[in-house]
Write a new protein. Sequence first.
Length: 282
Amino acid sequence: MSGAVDLSALKQPAATDVPRGHAVTEADFETQVLRRSLQVPVVVALYSQRSPGSVELVKLLERLVAEGDGSWDLATVEAEANMRIAQAFGVQGIPTVIAVAAGQPLADFQGAQPEPQVKQWLAAVVEAVRGRLQSADGEAPEEEAPEDPRFVAAEEALERGDIPGAEAAYEKILAEEPGNVEARSALRQVRFFDRAQGLPDDAIARADAAPDDIEAAFAAADMELFNQLPEEAFDRLIALIKRTAGDDRNRVRSRLVELFELFDTGEPVVVAARRRLASALY
């Protein structure tokens, strides 16, 4: 996911702060997640009591936040009782864990994970937020960190036009570090570029001639995005969401969220499209 949602619809009137690890509902999401995330990253764990794996993951996160130094907070959300939160995050499965910083999603993972990988993901989240704060304050590290050779290998593959090689390089990084936000973002970009290269020249015309053909709409939206027309791509899929229901609507929404994730969460065109998506869904 990594930032492809608009959380503004879940805002409620301000309430008092609560301890870390507190259960969160739609009524207090604003205070416990959005407002708190302006100070430290908040890890939102969406789980179900009917899923033993997700319950165990929540227990692990509760222990880790209790052992932590206050560098992050935990908000647990029972998904079935708080469907608007799950829908706002575009949750596809339970458990899903999302890190929220400065009111926006930063990183996420789905499914139960072993403790070492969860710790690694949390460390990456905290470090990413710390780096953003340093940049905002105009501070630079005392010395420049050496380039990661794994990323160098991926970038060299891209320069050679070796898309499968670059994809494999980023996948290797994520296999070693599931929480590596930079690698996940780069992999999304590479996969989109590879997919867009295979589009027919008349993809947009085909979709315009068959507006209810989902696959044609996907191809046309990819072509528009590839041609630096993101607003047209987003509007095409939002219009299709309004005309579909059930599994078809979920497919289109998932593809739209996937396209959102190719951008920074604060991009105005993405923020505006998220709002239009929320209106189409409700």
